[in-house]
Ligand binder design. Structure first.
Ligand code: G3P
Length: 214
């Protein structure tokens, strides 16, 4: 399972890199807005920081605008892939971009049929937003399970990025399903490392070590 970090914050990216477990980065306009610097400048900094894939999202929602923006964003660095919203014009853009060798991450996916359409259009990645489905009392992880089955049924190579992850259980369930990638906010990365029994165990070992004759 690959781990991406879902952030545009360079310090968080560096800390995840230092853990030695970082395979890529996903961003979106909301995440970049938190940085308070120009869009392209932030994306350039992020793309230079990592060797793995970095998702950069288009702002247009019309075909021509999406394709133009995508071609421009793809020039930032060769590890950039383009996040395209899962709408009709978006799927057209994905087909065009994939024929030009530009990788795409189809975003804002909320059901498995949308994911099937994205794969048929030639998407490199599909991003089901599971947290946002859970927020409206819909089972986000069921969508991941269905996409995984459908892609396996037909041998689609589109990789599943489990997105809108909010807690460690999301990652566990995604891993049990066998999803290709989880894109994880930095605070959730920290949560999946920690266990209170680990901390208690360390404290006890250190105390007992003091009792060993020197
Ligand atoms: O990768 C998608 C993610 O950024 C959306 O997360 O928490 O805004 O639903 P959230």
């Amino acid at each position: 399972m690959k781990f991406f970090i879902d952030t545009a914050n360079i310090n968080e990216i560096r800390r995840a890199k230092e853990l030695g477990i970082l395979d890529g980065v996903t961003t979106n306009p909301s995440l970049v807005s938190k940085i308070g610097r120009p869009y392209r400048e932030v994306l350039t900094e992020v793309a230079k920081e990592v060797d793995g894939p970095v998702s950069a999202e288009v702002i247009s929602i019309e075909y021509d605008g999406m394709v133009k923006e995508a071609r421009d964003l793809a020039k930032i660095r060769d590890n950039i892939n383009i996040k395209i919203p899962l709408i009709e014009e978006g799927l057209r853009a994905v087909r065009t971009l994939s024929s030009e060798g530009i990788k795409t991450n189809v975003t804002l996916c909320f059901n498995s049929l949308q994911a099937l359409m994205a794969a048929k259009a030639g998407a490199t990645y599909i991003s089901p937003f599971i947290g946002r489905l859970d927020d409206i009392a819909s089972e986000g992880m069921e969508v991941v399970d269905e996409i995984s089955t459908i892609y396996a049924n037909y041998g689609f190579e589109t990789e599943i990025i489990v997105a809108s992850i909010r807690n460690p259980l999301h990652i566990k369930h995604a891993a049990l399903i066998g999803a290709d990638i989880a894109t994880i906010p930095f605070d959730v990365f920290q949560k999946i490392i920690k266990h209170p029994l680990t901390d208690i165990g360390i404290a006890r070992f250190l105390e007992d070590y003091k009792k060993i004759p020197k």
